[in-house]
Design a protein. Structure first.
Length: 521
């Protein structure tokens, strides 16, 4: 039996000197696969990328001025001629987040891409170490940190500003980010998923109708209470002109506190909060439960209006009590039913006596709204959509990662993630103006396409090939978006970037193109 050569010995056995390029870089070789025999050639010179969707995205960012204005306004600067440009650092971070990365180390996956960086005006993709150092440079002292946060929040407001002229709802909530190993700001606090695990608390402010992020503030894990949210809420609304304030402030039972409601009443801000089932709240529910006159609140709920004044409240407030028949234990998975060792029908039959006996589950809403009970009930049910925003941005946009040993860097990157999320979400609205499509759908549909750059007579050509089954619809969408943006830029040459963006944002959410790209499976 002949000895099997090692991988290092192969070039020498083929007759090449040890210093020659590896076999396969400059020649064709045979590969045997389950599908048959193929002749393979590795091309190390072609300029290709797997992010073809960055082409229309870059055109969108150029026409709106969002990216270029953000980079030009950055407090980051370098004096050395050999240093990377600011656009290289910030562009790398944006590309990484758009690709769904959640660690600085993932930036390395973009280092070989020489096509998409140029679309954003970059010379090259920065290394993960360069990005880390740049983030620390932005927050190297208290003054720099304040300037950086102000810069990011200024451009968050600029992005959403054109959409805040119409009546809108502001959802406030806190999401918990578990932190592993020791990180600054990681403190054991309220953590329903991983009890005892140090965490960060992200106080988020969401424009409900658009599912876009208006602001986010990262606090240590033990600062998840509504008192900390109130301070951030006051800051967010103070930075907005009064005519841009929300028509309704909405939150769950953690925010129906005297401090928040008193402040909202003092500034004439309408609110809708869920109320905790305290002792006095339960007394009111028991009293109303025995009365007639319950109104249909839709979706199986019925409601009744009353007033309530708790011991910690300065005055009585309007409350809406909602109830529905309690279906009893909910077995949502087949293995739960099997574990109960009962047929599914027997479980349902066992629950029926509780339903017949009038066993209800309740919700109590406190509000300054003057609308009827069904409308208020539906308005609060709509609040559940913000949980989908948290699920998407934590799992697909970096809020669950990008943790740095410098707590200020973690705060800055959370805002950058929200800004990148907003840009991509608004761009995807062009594909489907009537819905918000999550990144788990839009990335394989609109972002991941093979792109090849060729040059001839000083003219650069980009050839985009989608591997998606809906490639015809996707290509049609890209062409129509390109023509729309080109037409807009040609007819708005004298406008400022702010004026162009205002018209673009309002047009996008009005559905200017009327084209819907089918979803992936």
């Amino acid at each position: 039996m002949l000895p099997v050569p090692t991988l290092q010995e192969l070039p020498h056995l083929a007759g090449d000197p040890p210093s020659a390029p590896s076999a396969g870089q400059n020649d064709t070789f045979v590969v045997h696969t389950p599908g048959g025999v193929f002749h393979v050639y590795y091309d190390t010179e072609a300029e290709v990328s797997h992010l073809g969707g960055v082409v229309p995205l870059a055109q969108f960012l150029q026409a709106s001025g969002l990216f270029s204005d953000w980079v030009a306004d950055s407090p980051l600067s370098y004096a050395s001629n050999r240093a990377l440009g600011v656009v290289d650092i910030l562009g790398t971070q944006v590309l990484s987040m758009i690709c769904g990365h959640y660690r600085f180390a993932h930036i390395t996956a973009l280092r070989g891409d020489t096509v998409t960086p140029r679309l954003l005006g970059m010379r090259q993709v920065a290394s993960e170490d360069a990005v880390r150092r740049a983030m620390k440079r932005l927050v190297q002292d208290a003054k720099g940190h304040a300037a950086t946060m102000s810069w990011l929040r200024r451009h968050m407001r600029k992005t959403l500003g054109p959409l805040l002229g119409a009546p809108w709802t502001l959802d406030i909530d806190v999401t918990i980010k578990p932190v592993y190993e020791y990180q600054p700001g990681s403190v054991v606090g309220y953590n329903p998923q991983k009890t005892g695990r140090p965490s960060h608390a992200l106080h988020a402010f969401i424009v409900a109708q658009t599912r876009l992020i208006l602001d986010v503030a990262v606090h240590p894990g033990n600062e998840s209470s509504s008192n900390h949210t109130l301070l951030e809420l006051q800051r967010v609304l103070t930075d907005l002109a009064r005519e841009m304030w929300p028509a309704l402030l909405r939150g769950d039972c953690g925010f129906g506190t005297e401090d928040i409601m008193t402040w909202c009443e003092s500034v004439k801000l309408t609110y809708l909060f869920k109320q905790r089932m305290t002792k006095n709240t339960r007394h009111l529910v028991d009293e109303l439960d025995l009365q007639s006159g319950w109104i249909d609140a839709r979706q199986g709920w019925e409601g009744k209006e009353s007033t309530l004044q708790l011991s910690t409240w300065q005055s009585p407030r309007r409350v809406i009590v909602l109830r529905r028949l309690n279906p009893g234990p909910r077995f949502t998975r087949a293995k739960d039913i099997a574990a109960a060792k009962q047929p599914k029908q027997e479980i349902i039959d066992a629950c029926l006596p509780h339903i017949v006996a009038g066993d209800y589950e309740y919700q109590v809403l406190v509000t300054t709204l003057t609308e009827d009970i069904p409308t208020i009930a539906q308005r609060y049910r709509d609040r559940a959509d913000c949980e989908n925003v948290f699920d998407e941005i934590k799992n697909h946009w970096g809020w669950g990662g990008f943790t740095s040993r410098t707590f200020e860097v973690t705060q800055v990157v959370a805002l950058m993630s929200a800004l990148s999320y907003n840009w991509w979400s608004i761009f995807c609205r062009l594909a489907d103006p009537t819905h918000h499509r999550e990144a788990i759908t839009t990335r394989p549909t609109l972002l991941h396409s093979v792109i090849r750059q060729t040059s001839h007579s000083n003219q650069r050509t980009l050839t985009i090939t989608s591997t998606n089954a809906n490639k015809e619809a996707i290509a049609s969408f890209f062409v129509r978006v390109g023509r729309w943006l080109t037409h807009l830029a040609a007819n708005a040459e004298q406008w400022t970037s702010a004026q162009r963006w205002e018209i673009m944002a309002k047009s996008i959410f009005a559905g200017p193109l009327g084209v819907v790209v089918p979803q992936t499976g």
